[in-house]
Every structure is written in C-alpha cells, then in structure tokens.
Write a protein that binds this ligand. Structure first.
Ligand SMILES: [Zn+2]
Ligand SMILES: [Zn+2]
Length: 169
C-alpha cells in the first residue's frame, strides 16, 4: 500500500464525521479533521521562521487518522527539511503548489497543521483546543509574546523553561 492510500491522503473510514475544515489561500488544497487537536504550540525556531517567512509558527496537532485531504495529494508540494529533498518522505513539509501556502508538517503518526488554515471568522473566536498551550524554541524568538503559557528554550517538556524579562528593552 502506498502512502497515497493512507491517512491523511485517503481515509478508509467512510463514517468520517467532519468537525473542522481548512484550506490554503487559493483553495486548491483543502483538508478536513474529525477531532479536536491533541495540542497546539507556537514554534519560534529558525527553520519555521525561514520556511514561513514569519516570526513564529502556530502548529495545531492531530493524529493522521483524524485528517483527510479532500483531493488526496493532488496540488500538494512535498519537501523534506531534514534530507533537503523534494518529494514525499517522512517527516516532510506540505505546501500548496499553486499559492505556496504552507499547509502542515507531516510526521510518521502526527499531522501538524498550520493554525491559520482554519477560518474561525472575524473577529476570530479560536476554539479552546486550538489555543496554543506553550511556546517552543523561545530562545530563537524575534519578538516577545507576553502571554501566560510556558515558554521552552527548545522542545516542550525536554528543554529548560525560559525565565527572563518579557521585554528585551
Ligand atoms: Zn493554494
Ligand atoms: Zn519550528
């Protein structure tokens, strides 16, 4: 069986009940999820800064079995930031081949969707399970985020917490 026949590109569960929908800027890539995220984090690492062209990245994490792309892998560009290779290999980064919106990081079991792809309207009301529980790689931050969630210098639970001043000056 090919990865194309498995979640999140195909889902064998015909009783898949959609809970949230997400799409890229142009709408060519759409996916659906049937569960709340298991966690949500803000990542400040250099890789995310570069690949997103942004000061930090909002990852909303699901089990792959709870995710389904509407058109399978069609229209998705795959890139490995580990092997520096284009093409599908795990873990890899997904973006839209048309508008280049970053879609998600696909791991071996987990699907780390990028939060902005879900549209919660304006003014935005983020469902509580989508709210970030922490900041990771905060040592690489380019701006301070004065919220009350834990801030790790590296990975969540595996690195020291940052205990500094909130303002750099
Ligand atoms: Zn697009
Ligand atoms: Zn990162």
């Amino acid at each position: 069986m090919s990865w194309r026949d498995e979640p999140p590109y195909a889902n064998p569960d015909s009783a898949f009940l959609v809970k949230y929908r997400a799409q890229c800027f142009c709408g060519a890539v759409r996916f659906e999820v049937r569960a709340d995220p298991v966690d949500a984090k803000i990542c400040h690492c250099r890789q995310c800064q570069l690949l997103h062209g942004a000061p930090f990245q909002w990852a909303v994490i699901f089990h792959k079995r709870d995710v389904r792309f509407v058109r399978g892998p069609a229209g998705i560009y795959f890139y490995s930031a580990e092997s520096l290779q284009v093409g599908h290999g795990l873990p890899c980064k997904l973006s839209c081949t048309t508008c280049r919106t970053p879609i998600a990081d696909e791991g071996r079991r987990m699907f780390l969707a990028f939060g902005p792809l879900f549209d919660f309207g304006f003014p935005s009301r983020i469902p509580p399970p989508f709210e970030p529980t922490c900041h990771i790689f905060y040592g690489a931050r380019v701006i301070d985020v004065p919220d009350t969630t834990p801030k790790y210098l590296g990975h969540k639970g595996k690195s020291p917490l940052w205990h500094g001043e909130l303002s750099k000056g």
